[in-house]
Write a protein that binds this ligand. Structure first.
Ligand code: MRU
Length: 355
């Protein structure tokens, strides 16, 4: 996607052909900083500390983490170590396990000496598949937006939560892919961007949208219910970190409250769901492990000081809890926007030929 006059992805192979460049998302939206991953430890740290974040991007980064590990030592023990270390970085997004399974499958049957080359090839494919899948997902979502915009004389108002834009994937995004597609096609859209405390991923969404001049307004998380009640939202679209076979949607903390408010106000609620985010082994979203992150993310906040430097300030010294995700039951979800089309949660299995 575009940043100023540059076309960027969130992750790409460096010119040396082996190290991996990422956009360091801990520095956004204040600074655009490219960071280089050179080993397994760096890849694990990047995922854990959220230099890379967003379920599909976490998967892509894990795939390259395997490559970097095998470049140092191509053996079954090194592969096991890498998969275990990467798997432990973050527990909720299923894309991590999906990508590691893909990497193992790509190496199966090959001699360890051939693993590094095969691993880099599969990691690159995972990235390309992500881009193509999200582009297709965007087109299917665009059809939904076109339907909702029919007869409207004013721009379609989309509310999103967290960041499920291109920064959360390799490119295009999931929840925002239909928004980008609409913008490209000239369908007027305006986006309500919920701030997403404690990590404020909504500010990443705002930053992305600003690059394209897409009208958007940042609101505090608590404002979403009010906006929907007042008829100021035409549709909610969020991403997902893990969607179960029956269509329960696990996503950033606060998504469930938005879905409840949408249901109460008759606002359609959609999730952008790439195939890599579906956990076919689970039916009930209550079984999804919810990441508990550091209390310091709640008790402090980062921002740019008047002098221009980015500072972290303390908000409270009280104890804090920080569950990072929640589960929206399928009953609150109008539809799942996938790369194969849009379906009701109950139709997900059929859409993927798993009925
Ligand atoms: O904790 P994060 O920033 O990795 O959480 C990201 C989200 O919850 C996104 O909404 C989700 O991964 C969908 S990404 C297309």
């Amino acid at each position: 996607m575009r940043v100023g006059d540059r076309q960027l992805r969130t992750i790409w192979l460096a010119e040396d052909g082996w190290s991996v460049n990422i956009i360091d998302q801990t520095r956004l939206p204040h600074d655009l900083h490219i960071w280089r991953l050179v080993d397994l430890d760096g890849a694990c740290r990047a995922i854990r500390d959220m230099q890379v974040r967003g379920a599909p991007l976490i998967g892509a980064a894990a795939a390259y983490g395997v490559c970097l590990a095998l470049r140092d030592e191509s053996s079954p023990a090194a592969l096991d170590r890498a998969v275990t270390a990467l798997q432990q970085t973050r527990p909720t997004a299923i894309n991590l396990r999906w990508a590691l399974d893909q990497m193992r499958a790509a190496l199966a049957g090959l001699a360890p000496s051939a693993w590094p080359e095969a691993a880099y090839a599969r990691a690159a494919e995972i990235c390309e598949e992500d881009v193509a899948g999200n582009r297709a997902l965007g087109q299917h979502g665009l059809a939904v937006l076109r339907g909702l915009a029919q007869g409207k004389q004013t721009p379609l108002r989309v509310l999103t939560h967290c960041n499920a834009g291109w920064l959360a994937t390799v490119d295009w995004g999931t929840a925002l892919a239909p928004v980008y597609a609409a913008h490209q096609e000239g369908l007027p859209v305006e986006v309500w961007v919920s701030e997403t405390r404690p990590r404020n991923q909504g500010l990443l969404t705002a930053w992305e949208l600003a690059q394209y001049g897409i009208p958007h307004t940042v609101v505090a998380d608590n404002a979403a219910g009010h906006l929907m009640q007042k008829g100021l939202v035409d549709v909610c679209i969020t991403g997902t970190d893990r969607t179960t076979a029956r269509g329960d949607v696990c996503n950033k903390i606060g998504t469930y409250l938005k879905a409840l408010a949408a249901h109460a106000s008759g606002v359609p609620f959609y999730a952008g769901v790439p195939a890599s985010s579906i956990d076919w082994t689970l039916e009930d979203g209550a079984q999804i492990p919810i990441e508990e992150r550091a209390a310091s993310e709640v008790t402090s906040v980062a921002g740019r000081a008047p002098a221009g430097d980015v500072q972290v300030v303390s908000l409270t010294t009280s104890p804090a809890a920080n569950p990072a995700f929640d589960v929206t039951p399928a009953a609150l979800v109008t539809g799942l926007i996938t790369e194969r089309g849009v379906c009701a949660p109950a139709e997900l299995r059929r859409l993927y030929g798993r009925a």
